[in-house]
Design a protein around this ligand. Sequence first.
Ligand code: NAD
Length: 356
Amino acid sequence: TPQAPLTAIPAAARSRWSELVRMIEQARDAYYNAVESQSPVSDAHYDRLYRELEELEAAHPALARQDSPTRSVGGRATTDFAPAPHHERMYSLQDVFSIEEVQDWATRMAVETGVPDDEAAMTAEVKIDGLAIALTYEHGALTRAATRGDGTTGEDVTGNVRTIASVPLILAGQDHPELLEVRGEVYFPTAAFHEFNEARRTENLARQAAGSPLLQVFANPRNAAAGSLRQKDPAITASRPLAMIAHGVGAIRPAPGWQPPALQHEWYELLEAWGLPVSPYNAVVRGSAQRQAYIARYAEHRHDLLHEIDGIVFKLDDRAAQRALGATSRVPRWAAAYKYPPEEVHTRLLDIDVQV
Ligand code: NAD
């Protein structure tokens, strides 16, 4: 369909678009690539800017250009690490912010697949607040680890990821594909994060007394995970208690005669059998009551988990249905990420803490 010329769009909408895009790009750079700094805006604020941009583009479709943040996966490759072209595209997730939007998505899935909502199996997973990672295993040996980057090309962080104890360098079990791309999240365990910051605060007292430069106290575990993984010196990464959880697969080149699992949850069982950590919180649910119960459960226990979470992810369990549905330029259609309402007060307290 021919696009309306940009000049037909009201000047106010055009300048707001530029403003939003610039703010979002700046926040993304700080969020994904920061080593010892943090994003200028909170996640909730970022989400509001992003929603506003989506609405602006819905009202003026010509603004939804190919280079818009609404069409792309955040995070640019920097020159600090070698580029790592992904074997298969890495996507983000479609965010939804209410139970109604989860239901709208599930109803759409039922229409698209022909399987009624209360019969369709979905995996229910916590959304780990860490850093996306793609691990390439060739004949069962880890050959590369890459960040998500723009989804097409990430950064080669193999040396750093090899220091993470929960990432197997060689898979357990047998029948490994010739090539397997495991997708997961690198995170900083919450308890270790608090200990780490506490130790830094103590160290800073001594430094202050001696007049030497102070160490960065991290704003949150995600920020600490990103900063620790993107070190130029793997020895520093090794000194941080990072961990990894696998939550998907990308490219697969199977050994001859081998059949991959037909269901998402069976993949998790297989990855676990191969020695890869999968989430202890994963479940299979059917229908809206079970989805809501899962959301409510982790809303209540959100701060009792091994790591921080910022929401819940639902995925169609049927891999054939996933393939049939495919993806947009940014997100798979067969998954949705419900975001918990922001905990503003908590974040602000932390921000003050950092500045003291
Ligand atoms: P996202 O973080 O909302 O979701 C996509 C990612 O979730 C995937 O790449 C995957 O790595 C991860 N994930 C965690 N658990 C998962 C699971 N169980 N299954 C599948 N994937 C799982 O998307 P995004 O595009 O990386 O970032 C957007 C979000 O990041 C925003 O909504 C905002 O909250 C935050 N953000 C904040 C700033 C800021 O400046 N504060 C900037 C950019 C992004």
